[in-house]
Design a protein around this ligand. Structure first.
Ligand code: NDP
Length: 324
């Protein structure tokens, strides 16, 4: 019987995860098919119930369902419990187990970013969505002592801080308003900057103006398409070892593959498929993702950006004044 894996999100077209996982199944001779299920929130419970059928190995969950899916599952692993978000479902008999492999994917990318240096203890995180939760939890568990979260809508950043109140009780985790002077002050004090917003998917957009990036700042951008965002280009001008989101995508996907199959992921095969998808994706990448347009789903991760993208050329304006 052909086993089935699904990506459940809304929307899900143009997924990079699908090609990457399918290539891995084929490389290991596993009879499995990866499907894309575009399901609205109202249809999520039915989609999850379907996964209990014998032919399913599990699922990837993406925007906008990562948090909403939690109560529909039988058990959560520690990372999923701590972040309150699930991006992978595996099965144990007819029980559905929720995981968050974005945490592990992020940690792989952070390790690459830091390289041989001592792991820093302070970071600035941009964003407060599902990806930012995985990032903040990864930083807390990696021993960071001060994490400042900036988000366009401050209340969401504050909600994130409240969510981690217990895990972060030993350190300084705080949300601050997205104003350039505040950003500048915090960035100048930190070693690590992580972009966990979807700003940067449209060529030329950047969450932080180039002049605010100190030369020794290490920058990790979760966006993987384009693989070199404007933020990374600007930061790379000063430093050549910054990291894009592809490594995180690869490692969260490799971990998911292992959870579903119990086998080591063929990481080179998956990377080769990402290289191929990147080439193709760049050719297909619509440039009309401007105001009012919906970006193609999952162009940019196990979790695509949701909703319209807007140009942020006016990065000197307070984020709250930018159109959503
Ligand atoms: P969410 O939709 O949960 O969060 C989106 C975040 O981006 C929010 O913080 C939101 O701010 C911010 N944002 C979006 N548009 C704007 C804008 N115009 N101006 C200011 N802020 C904006 O998405 P995720 O957290 O799941 O994903 C975030 C990014 O991380 C995406 O690009 C996604 O593709 C990437 N990602 C990459 C992964 C990888 O493996 N490389 C894995 C997971 C995600 P607000 O709350 O104010 O709306």
């Amino acid at each position: 019987m052909t086993q089935r894996l699904v990506l459940i999100g809304h929307p899900v077209a143009h997924s990079f995860s699908g090609g990457m996982q399918q290539a891995a199944f084929e490389a290991l001779g596993i009879d499995a098919r990866y499907e894309l299920w575009d399901r609205r929130p109202i249809d999520l419970a039915d989609a999850i119930a379907e996964l209990r059928g014998d032919d399913f190995l599990g699922a990837n969950i993406t925007i906008p369902h990562k948090e909403r899916v939690v109560p529909l599952l039988d058990r959560l692993t520690e990372d999923a419990q701590a972040t309150g978000a699930v991006n992978v479902i595996s099965r144990e008999g007819n029980k559905l187990i929720g995981h968050n492999t974005d945490v592990e994917g992020f940690k792989s990318a952070l390790t690459k970013l830091v390289g041989r240096q001592k792991m820093p203890r302070q970071a600035v995180v941009l964003g407060a969505g599902g990806a930012a939760r995985a990032v903040v939890y990864g930083l807390i568990t990696d021993g960071f002592q001060r994490i400042v979260v900036f988000n366009r809508h401050l209340h969401r950043g504050e909600g994130l801080v409240r969510h981690f109140a217990k895990s972060a009780s030993h350190m300084d985790l705080r949300a601050m308003p997205w104003h350039e002077s505040v950003l500048e002050a915090e960035i100048s004090k930190t070693k690590v900057l992580i972009n966990a917003t979807s700003i940067g998917m449209t060529p030329g957009e950047t969450p932080i103006p180039a002049e605010l990036l100190p030369p020794d700042l290490m920058v990790l951008d979760l966006i993987y398409n384009p693989s070199l965002t404007q933020l990374l280009k600007d930061a790379t001008a000063a430093r050549d070892t910054n990291v894009g989101g592809e490594l995180m995508l690869l490692h969260q996907g490799a971990r998911a593959f292992e959870l579903w199959t119990g086998k080591s992921a063929p990481i080179e095969v998956m990377q080769a498929e990402l290289d191929r998808a990147r080439e193709q994706g760049l050719r297909q990448m619509p440039i009309d993702m401007g105001s009012g347009g919906t970006p193609p789903a999952d162009l940019n991760a196990g979790s695509p950006a949701s909703g319209p993208q807007t140009g942020l050329a006016g990065a000197d304006k307070p984020a709250s004044s930018r159109p959503a």
